[in-house]
Design a protein around this ligand. Structure first.
Ligand SMILES: NC(=O)c1ccc[n+]([C@@H]2O[C@H](COP(=O)([O-])OP(=O)(O)OC[C@H]3O[C@@H](n4cnc5c(N)ncnc54)[C@H](OP(=O)(O)O)[C@@H]3O)[C@@H](O)[C@H]2O)c1
Length: 290
């Protein structure tokens, strides 16, 4: 039987590389779009160079291809990142549709919204619009747990123990999902021709503070919290940004934290017949308690 082709943008990233590994193991023909060819190969994955905003090389998309859009330009890159994220995504979607791709999937975020405080949330919302239609699926992801991405940076800081600064007291709700669950869920959603917009994460939200306590308990570590008001964190991040001093969070992160609220995820989980377990089980699944 002919293999189904899946094209994944952002294939060198935390989530993109995991999706390449998963779909390659499920006998798909995987094409990963990357800014530069990674040193580390992924079995059965062909990397092709692509920068957001550029035309997609001929032959990448073909009738019936599944396209998963996971590339994202950070605001720290010295370019107009917002403009590039939006116009570059529109170009990719247009190319996918011109070439009769069967499904287009966008990795959006809980932060997405027309009224989001962060530029990140507003960009995601703008890009989601290109994925509207019977071929489109928008997955607004919670915080993706695994050995990479923004999650792992925070996780590494928490396991150190000691004093943990918590912006806004750390009462923001967190809904996690294991990065290794994303491929199987996405495969089911695609096979079921699911379209529309869904929040994807564990059902129960925990506070960032409780999440840190859970990790300390599991790792037999001790730590204490230092609560930092939003306005102080914003001033410090702004100053560090202007002076180009490394700082653990930027203004965008702080705005995202301020907007965080629990989301309804059951409609997606039911549709793909999947249950996402407690934060502890997600961390076990990703081998983060070794
Ligand atoms: N991680 C999470 O918890 C989470 C939660 C919700 C939504 N998401 C969304 O999921 C997507 C993937 O996230 P991630 O955590 O895997 O992020 P990531 O590791 O930073 O991956 C981003 C990818 O985008 C690529 N990229 C950066 N600038 C580019 C450009 N100018 N042109 C083309 N590609 C470019 C990166 O390539 P390089 O390797 O060359 O930099 C990388 O492959 C993002 O859209 C993110 O917003 C993530």
């Amino acid at each position: 039987m002919e293999k189904k082709r899946i094209v994944i943008s952002g294939a060198s990233g935390f989530i993109g590389s995991e999706l390449c590994r998963y779909f390659a193991s499920r006998n798909y023909e995987v094409i990963g779009l990357v800014r530069s060819i990674p040193d580390k190969t992924i079995p059965n994955t062909l990397f092709i160079k692509h920068n957001l905003g550029e035309s997609v090389p001929r032959g990448v998309f073909s009738p019936g291809t599944i396209f998963v859009h996971g590339s994202y330009v950070r605001s720290t890159q010295k370019i107009n990142s917002s403009e590039l994220n939006i116009s570059g995504s529109e170009k990719l979607v247009a190319a996918a549709r011109e070439n009769a791709c069967s499904r287009i999937v966008f990795l959006s975020s809980f932060s997405s919204g027309s009224d989001a405080s962060s530029a990140y949330g507003k960009e995601k919302y703008a890009v989601e619009k290109f994925f509207e239609g019977s071929d489109g699926l928008v997955l607004r992801l919670g915080w993706v747990a695994g050995k990479g991405g923004s999650f792992y940076k925070v996780y590494e800081r928490i396991i150190k123990g000691g004093t943990l600064p918590l912006i806004g007291g750390g009462n923001q709700p967190v809904q996690l999902l294991a990065v290794s669950d994303l491929g199987p869920m996405m495969e089911k959603a695609i096979a079921g021709n699911l379209n529309g917009l869904f929040f994807v994460a564990q059902t129960e939200a925990v506070s960032l503070r409780d999440f840190a306590k859970l990790i300390w308990n599991k790792q037999n570590r001790k730590g204490r919290f230092l609560s930092i008001p939003y306005f102080l964190a914003k001033i410090a991040a702004g100053m560090a940004g202007n002076l180009k001093i490394p700082f653990p969070v930027d203004k965008e992160n702080i705005l995202g934290l301020k907007d965080a609220k629990p989301r309804e995820v059951d409609s997606f989980l039911k549709k793909v017949d999947f249950s996402i377990v407690s934060p502890g089980e997600i961390l076990e699944k990703e081998n983060l308690f070794q």
